[in-house]
Design a protein around this ligand. Structure first.
Ligand code: ADP
Ligand code: MG
Length: 269
């Protein structure tokens, strides 16, 4: 793999919504270059345009101006080279776990035997092969998100676009999912663009954390996270980890002008 190749390249991205004749500038200007295999998180104040940004890269929302390239191709509509995951699972409730993951492969008209092999591989990858005959309603929130991930991976996308995929999970399940995601990411070797409002999640997972300003958003700073990999959860207790977290916390709270916040408070910790 050529490490210098861009998986996602964004130049001067701008998005203006028009509502009742009024223009809302959601994104003023984003430039970003994500290399193949990188795990990049985006954090920013609520309402700054994170979801809008991810949906533009996914091809679900039109940009106003600028360039969005995925593997060198201009994005203008959704396509299987970009796998999208959301906070709520997007499983078909009437299909069993196996059938949900197989769906993307059936769409490609692959032979039955090949579909079975691929689904088995993917369900083993996310640790749910034994649950292949269960319906989504019989699974926990964390399990549903694992199946959703397997379903997205079935399309063999170039990049994974994830919008707060663990946002609806309790904190313990969330941590387990973060560990699992890193394991799957290191095996599947995909570039990931991951939106979250959880700073620790961003630091734990990422090679780079992109901090956006408040709306209309621009890139405030890109932090390279140089924690060693593979990472286990205990890394969160390290001083290095806490330094990253505090640094990004300061950047974000500087944006949000939170009342009662004083920089000296965080420095004293
Ligand atoms: P985030 O995900 O960072 O919380 P969003 O991307 O959802 O933020 O929204 C960014 C801004 O764009 C918000 O002010 C929101 O109200 C506005 N916005 C999002 N979608 C639309 C839309 N379809 N029409 C008008 N305004 C929108
Ligand atoms: Mg959002």
């Amino acid at each position: 793999m050529n490490r210098l190749e861009s998986a996602i390249k964004i130049d001067g991205l701008r998005k203006v919504f028009t509502r009742k004749g009024e223009e809302i500038v959601a994104i003023k200007g984003i430039d970003l270059d994500i290399k193949e295999g990188d795990f990049v998180s985006v954090v920013g104040p609520s309402g700054c345009g994170k979801s809008t940004f991810l949906h533009i890269v996914g091809g679900f929302i039109d940009k106003t101006s600028g360039k969005v390239l995925v593997k060198g191709n201009e994005v203008d509509k959704p396509a299987p080279d970009r796998g999208m995951m959301f906070q709520e699972s997007t499983l078909f409730p009437w299909r069993k776990v196996f059938g949900n993951v197989a769906w993307g492969l059936e769409m490609q008209n692959l032979p039955k035997k090949e579909i079975h092999e691929r689904v088995e591989h993917l369900l083993k990858l996310v640790g749910l092969w034994e649950f292949k005959d269960h319906l989504p309603s019989e699974l926990s929130g964390g399990m549903k998100q694992r199946v959703s991930l397997a379903k997205v991976l079935a399309f063999n996308p170039e990049v994974l676009l994830m919008d707060e995929p663990f946002g609806a999970l309790d904190s313990q399940t969330r941590e387990i999912m973060q560990v699992e995601l890193l394991r799957i990411w290191s095996e599947a070797k995909k570039s990931v663009l991951f939106v979250t409002h959880d700073i620790e999640e961003a630091v734990y997972l990422s090679d780079y954390v992109v901090v956006l300003t408040k709306r209309p958003s621009t890139v405030k700073e890109i932090i390279k996270v140089e924690l060693p990999r593979p990472r286990d959860l205990s890394i969160r207790k390290s001083y290095e980890f806490i330094d990253y977290r505090n640094y990004i916390w300061d950047l974000l709270h500087g944006e949000e002008n939170v009342k009662g916040f004083s920089r000296s408070v965080s420095n004293a910790n």
